[in-house]
Design a binder for this molecule. Structure first.
Ligand code: PLP
Length: 452
């Protein structure tokens, strides 16, 4: 076993990390996580940290579930790999497809498997264009997304996303992808009530459709709650208005459920929480609870009928589409969620408990808004509470607070000056108390730091 400083030296010498400022990293040194159990991570050296982010919003069942390790081990011995190209398949992928049709909304009976959420969103772009082609409307190519959305890191995923720094570095978006405003009431709602603002933000979709020409628009994509953008929970009026608009113009509705899916909101899918009827749902993360890489696109009846009956070959797929070991683990993860009634527990027990405790943080002088749905929440750190005024250099205070959280033994993520959480769904009341108290301590210390 190597020491922490040996790991850090090797890391600095050889490892290019995703989404990491390496200059900052070399100053602080990489934190090395060596093992995890339940909701706790253990650093090299043994320090214990409560994982308030479920890794990257994925370890919904917590760490160390023996059933998932056993499912992987058994499948590795039985059939470690085979593909599903060219009219062949294997039991784990077929079984997972069946289970998914049971736990998703009724319009979903079909799934296309991928290796990640980004690949799922690339698959969305290809599927949407394939669909309109087969229906004899090849000019319908434009997909409308939103500023500050996150849909992955591949060329199409990052194009669908609305992250400016990603677009600027990558020469993106690719053609045929455009963006409208996000339903971010706290930051952009001005004098409007959340309900009024929700309708205004949704009507930006209709304005964009009319500007482009409805006959050219293929689909609208959105995360039910924008995760990486800062846990942006839309006002209650937003999604019903979006649904009305996509219905009016006959365009496909894509709900990116990569974060919201598999219980995060207290429903199986975020679409159910907001009462919308998507035609396509990219999924990943919680699908296997993050234990192995797997994603997919749930394909609703309207699109599935075209793809499986009217169309010929869909020229698309990945070597690891429906990887048998990942599928076996995902089957086991879904069965745990279902059989232990974990989604209901988020809805009627731990969700309401965290929501009550989270709301207490709203009175902290640094917090402009404490918002939460199910077990996904955010704190807006502000300079002036009454005016909803952010700090002049967004991000600086968030980084201070994030580092203080870590020092207190809690992982929270900072998106600019928004602190966000998405803890494992199996978190207990006592662990929620620990999370909230550590967050409060970090807020107090951040406040002191700012007044020094
Ligand atoms: N879609 C959403 C909403 C996400 O949050 C993410 C990842 O955070 C992705 C897609 C991309 O998934 P992956 O990182 O598995 O490619």
């Amino acid at each position: 076993d190597r020491s922490t400083s040996e790991w850090q030296a090797l890391d600095a010498a050889h490892y290019i990390h995703p989404f990491t400022d390496h200059a900052a990293l070399s100053k602080k040194g990489t934190r090395v996580i060596t093992r995890a159990e339940g909701v706790y991570l253990y650093e090299s050296g043994g320090r214990r940290i409560l994982d308030g982010m479920s890794g990257l919003w994925c370890v919904n069942l917590g760490y160390g579930r023996r059933e998932l390790a056993d499912a992987a081990y058994q499948q590795l011995q039985e059939l470690p790999y085979y593909n599903s190209f060219f009219q062949v398949a294997h039991p784990p992928a077929i079984e997972l497809a069946r289970l998914l049709s049971e736990v998703t909304p009724p319009q979903f009976k079909h799934v296309f498997f991928t290796g990640s959420g980004s690949e799922a969103n690339d698959t969305v772009v290809r599927t949407v264009r394939h669909y309109w082609n087969v229906l004899g409307q090849p000019e319908r190519t434009v997909i409308i997304s939103r500023h500050n959305a996150y849909h992955g890191s591949t060329m199409a995923g990052a194009s669908l996303g609305g992250m400016k720094p990603m677009h600027e570095q990558g020469g993106l978006p690719i053609p045929g992808i455009v963006h409208i405003r996000q339903p971010y009431w706290f930051g952009e709602g001005g004098e409007l009530s959340p309900e009024e603002f929700g309708r205004v933000a949704a009507r930006a979709l209709e304005e964009k459709i009319l500007q482009i020409g409805p006959e050219k628009v293929a689909a609208f994509i959105g995360e039910p709650i924008q995760g990486a953008g800062g846990v942006i929970i839309p006002p209650s009026t937003y999604w019903p208005e979006i649904q009305r608009i996509v219905d009016k113009y006959g365009i496909l509705l894509v709900a990116d459920e990569v974060i919201c899916g598999f219980g995060r909101t207290g429903r199986w899918f975020g679409s159910e929480y907001f009462g919308i009827r998507p035609d396509l749902m990219p999924i990943a993360k919680g699908l296997s609870s993050g234990y192995l890489p797997i994603g997919g696109v749930m394909v609703g009846d309207r699109v599935a009928e075209v793809m499986t009956v009217k169309a010929g070959e869909f020229n698309h797929g990945f070597t690891y589409s429906g990887h048998p070991v990942a599928c076996a683990v995902a089957c086991a993860a879904i069965k745990i969620l279902r059989d232990e009634r974990i989604v209901d527990r988020v809805n009627d027990d731990v969700g309401p408990y965290l929501q009550r405790r989270w709301a207490e943080l709203a009175s902290h002088p640094l917090v402009g808004e404490a918002r939460i749905v199910g077990l996904i929440g955010a704190l807006e750190l502000v300079k002036d509470k009454a005016k909803r005024l952010n700090f002049p250099d967004p991000g600086d205070v968030g980084v201070i607070c994030r580092d203080l959280c870590i020092a207190n033994g809690l992982v929270m993520r900072a998106v600019r000056d928004t602190m966000i959480i998405a803890p494992p769904l199996v978190i207990t009341h006592a662990q929620i108390d620990e999370l909230v108290e550590k967050a409060r301590a970090a807020l107090d210390q951040t406040q002191q730091e700012l007044h020094r």
